[in-house]
Design a protein around this ligand. Sequence first.
Ligand SMILES: [Zn+2]
Length: 392
Amino acid sequence: MATAPEEKKKAGRVAIPQKVQNQLWARAAGRCEFRGCNKILFTDDLTKLKDNLSVISHIIAYEKDGPRGHETLSDQLKIDITNLMLTCKDHGKIIDSKEYEEKYSVELLREYKKEHEDRIKLLTGVLEDFKTHVLLFFAPIGGRTFNIDQNQIFQALHPRYPSAEYPYSIDLTDFCKVETKEGWPFLCQTIDEKFKDIFKNGANRKDFHHISIFALAPIPLLVYLGSLIGDISNVDLYQTHRSTDKWTWKDDSEDDGDFYQISGPEKHNAAEMTAIVISISGDADKDNIRGILGGDCNLYEIRAAKPGLDFLSSKAKLKALSLAYRELLKDIRCINGHSTEIHLFCAAPAPVSVECGRAFLPKCDPPIKVYDFIGKDGGFVYALTINEHANG
Ligand SMILES: [Zn+2]
């Protein structure tokens, strides 16, 4: 930053070190700190020429007989940032004038400075908090492939904004029709590799303070992705909504009430298998599930008040599901202990499936067997296991 013009003019004035000047510029965000002015000091409004249009003014003058000068403080604070204000030329002139000394007291100017710098700190802080890392996750469903318009991402994210021009992407579009017994491990391995590329084996996970996920893929892969992401980062999940054909969630305020019913076996039988059933986009066929696991399995279900493809319309409903699901897992941990594996059957939209994978805890939960739904005739079919190496 060039020395402010006033710096050059006044003989006898101690030069303000460049470091202090830079700091003051940063704190003021390059704008006049005089209350109500806020003028940008690095571009001329009229000509748009880039120049340094600032003045650095002293609250307590650098000479004891200057404006608001002081016997000892004038010397002590002459290059102290707390005593300096970045201003435009007009307001610098007022501050540096003996004539207005009484009108603009030390206390008042300190107030101006504090107000301005606090505001800048607040505004820039808020923006930082709204930054998110966007992750796209696509895999064909029954051979059908997907893509997403970048504008839709921006719309859905608002008021958040993406951390980079291009989102991170785990795109399995080229792997069609591998949703087979042999295909799942290959897909998981591919997701693993791409995930590690992005998150560098977790070494830079702390930089991913907030992640926004736009996903369309078969349910077992969504659960698998969720298990990789886990509960560490703050995550927002998105899906396309049939009614609007967009990724933007509906306004939360429309939704309140009891969204889900949770049910479980009358008595948990330790000898039998445990199933968690999620019925949200449709009613999962529990006869089919009992057929797979045995009629006496311990079957827990979270069921939407009205299961259907349009049910999950708002973030509020997703949050309620997430809480209900975690509560259920807690209960099952208490009853089930850590020993028996859990079988997971989801008839649910993408965000719920990812949530289901995220909520399992590698150290507390057993291996989770995840099933794919292959249509009314085929029912549920085992696909893959997450948390596989739990319990050693
Ligand atoms: Zn000004």
